[in-house]
Design a protein around this ligand. Sequence first.
Ligand SMILES: CC(C)(COP(=O)(O)OP(=O)(O)OC[C@H]1O[C@@H](n2cnc3c(N)ncnc32)[C@H](O)[C@@H]1OP(=O)(O)O)[C@@H](O)C(=O)NCCC(=O)NCCS
Length: 152
Amino acid sequence: MDVQLKIREAVKNDIEKILAVENGSFPVPWNEQAFKCEFSKQASGMNLFFVSADIDTGDIAGYAVGNVIVDFVHILNIAVAPQFRGKGIGRELLKAVEREALKRKFFSLTLEVRETNDPAINLYKKSGYMVKGRREKSYNGIEDELLMWKTL
Ligand SMILES: CC(C)(COP(=O)(O)OP(=O)(O)OC[C@H]1O[C@@H](n2cnc3c(N)ncnc32)[C@H](O)[C@@H]1OP(=O)(O)O)[C@@H](O)C(=O)NCCC(=O)NCCS
């Protein structure tokens, strides 16, 4: 049976399933507390948090989360479960965050990415993000990170 995915705003009940995606996506994943902290920012409007979820089971294929910083949005994290990669879900999640940013009248977005993370860098470049800077050895003290920006 085909999985039917829909992008929607994340809710607290998604945390367990988001953690499954997170743990399969990063060598040093965020923990439950980090996600709880993101949800605690929702009431203040600081947080933009979307998931791609199976409409039948509620399973999460991917998520993207960003924070409002003064007058721009900082994309903190985006991940798609390995079995769902390469199907356009990352691009759609990024678009969902951008649509929400625009709705709230924020016109710039920024993010950091490890300089060897080609899938992510390609996703961001294809989505219109441009490299504007580099932070030396800022990823675990070993790897450089690229600073990317997009103006909507
Ligand atoms: C980066 C990530 C979110 C991409 O998600 P995805 O759903 O697979 O990406 P999409 O299918 O939407 O692909 C969009 C574009 O990204 C690029 N891309 C995606 N996977 C790629 C890969 N394995 N190699 C090279 N480029 C890739 C392509 O340019 C693609 O566009 P195209 O299909 O027109 O060629 C996913 O690989 C992931 O979760 N990685 C682990 C977590 C991570 O590193 N997150 C980023 C932190 S900064």
